[in-house]
Design a protein. Sequence first.
Length: 256
Amino acid sequence: MTTASQRRSRNRRRPDPVLPRRRRPEPVAPPRRSRLVGLPLISGIAAIGGILLIAVAVVTGGGRGAVEGPASQGAPVAGRFSGLPAAGYVLGRADAPVTIDLYEDFQCPACRRWGQAVFPALAANELATGRARLVFHNFAFIGPESLTAAEGAYAAARQGRFWDFWAALYANQGPENGGSITPARLTALATGLGMNGQRFGSEMRSHDAEVAVSAAIADARRLGVDSTPTLIVDGRRLVGASYEELSAAIADAAAN
C-alpha cells in the first residue's frame, strides 16, 4: 500500500496482508483540454494483425516496464470474457442478484495484479454462473496519464469494447506517468482491437469523456474510496481482496 505521503516521495511502499494496493494522494487536477452494448469474444483478438505501439507486460504474468515494439494481440487473455454478457462498464448478467463495484486506476500496479490473481476465478465462477455482475468505475488519481487512460476507456465503452480495452491496457501497463499512455498510443491499441480508430480518438478527446471521468472520480471520493483496487459488494467495501474473500462476500450478499 502506498500512503498519501509515500505517494509524494514515490519510492516507499509497505506490504499488504492480501494484495498491495495504490492509495489516493492529494486530488489531481482535472483533465486538460489541450487538446454501451454486447461484448464480442475476445478470443478473436488473437487473429488481428498489425503493430501496436504499447509494449507488453502480460496480464497473466508480465513485467512492470514498457518497452516500445510489437505488442500482444490479446492471446494471453483470450477467452477470459467468452460468453459473458457486457454492456458499457458492466460485465455479467444484468439480472445478477449481486453487484460488485470495482474502482481502479489503469496505472495502478496492484490493479494489474488483481486482474492476474483474482479476476480469472471471479469470471469463471460468479460472473459465468450469473450469481454476480461486475461494474467498473474509473478512479483516475495517480497522474495525468491515468486521466488519459480513463478517457480512452470511456471511448472504448462507447463502442462496446470496454472489457477488451481493460484487459489490453493492463497487459501493456508501463511505469506510472512514464509516457506509455498517450492519445496516439491508445488509439493504436483500440484500432488493433478492431475498433473504429477515428471515432475512438474523437470520443476520447470529447467534452463528454472529460465530464464522465470527472463525475466517476467525484462519485468515488464521495463514497470514501481512497485506494485501488477497491471493491464494494452490495455496500460492503473490500480493498485488494483475494478471490476467497470476494467470493465469501458475494455469498453473504446473495443470502441477505
